[in-house]
Design a protein around this ligand. Structure first.
Ligand code: HEM
Length: 186
């Protein structure tokens, strides 16, 4: 197809699986975060949701770190030359913003919990020391950052999904399929 991604410019299998695993856990973490803070849940359900959210949030930080290592050690697949310049710039900015926002969400969540004096079960189990001091003021600031940044994250996720669907369903230029995990690299 004219203007499509040329051969040998797809993502590696590792990049594609890391992408979809991150997408899956982020998409589950956001609604769980919103629901667990609502009134009227049973104590058991609320505890289970908090445990899921905190520990999956830490997993997200590890996945983002792994993706940054892969990104730094491999060449990012270029977008088709037929794509308008502004769309290529928008894609680059939104990808950087998604990385930044996921880090901000995970770090602010960590600080909110540890400064607030609460456990993070997996990190406690492996004996990881607390990286921030116990402080109500710090916990409150981190909570504000966490709660505010989620709106920006959701906006960028919607933009990202919209652009991906446009490539996959309308332009059909190979940009969506080169990230699909079940496709062999070209
Ligand atoms: C990228 C990862 C993360 C995303 C997308 C995310 C998303 C969210 C969202 C949408 C909420 C609801 C906010 C509200 O209702 O005000 C929330 C709340 C919360 N999150 Fe996260 N979160 C992430 C990582 C973490 C991590 C790593 C921790 C802790 C280890 C954490 C701990 C919490 C806590 C304790 C709350 C309740 C805040 C409160 O009202 O005290 N989150 N999160």
């Amino acid at each position: 197809m004219a203007g499509a991604v040329p051969p040998n410019q797809g993502y590696t299998t590792t990049s594609r699986w890391l992408h979809w695993l991150t997408a899956l856990v982020v998409i589950s973490t956001i609604p769980v975060g919103a629901v667990m803070t609502t009134d009227g849940l049973s104590r058991e359900l609320q505890n289970a949701l908090y445990i899921y959210h905190k520990n999956i949030g830490i997993l997200i930080l590890l996945l983002v770190a792994a993706r940054l290592v892969v990104r730094a050690t491999t060449t990012a697949a270029p977008l088709p030359a037929s794509l308008p310049r502004w769309q290529r710039s928008a894609a680059a900015v939104s990808h950087v913003m998604l990385y930044i926002l996921l880090i901000v969400m995970a770090v602010s969540g960590y600080v909110r919990v540890v400064a607030g004096g609460f456990p993070i079960e997996t990190l406690n189990a492996i004996g990881m020391p607390f990286l921030v001091p116990r402080s109500d003021a710090l916990a409150e600031t981190a909570q504000w950052v966490h709660s505010t940044a989620r709106f920006v994250l959701i906006a960028f996720i919607l933009l990202h999904v919209g652009a991906a669907l446009q490539h996959g369903l309308i332009r059909k230029d190979g940009v969506f399929s080169r990230m699909w995990p079940l496709k062999r690299p070209q």
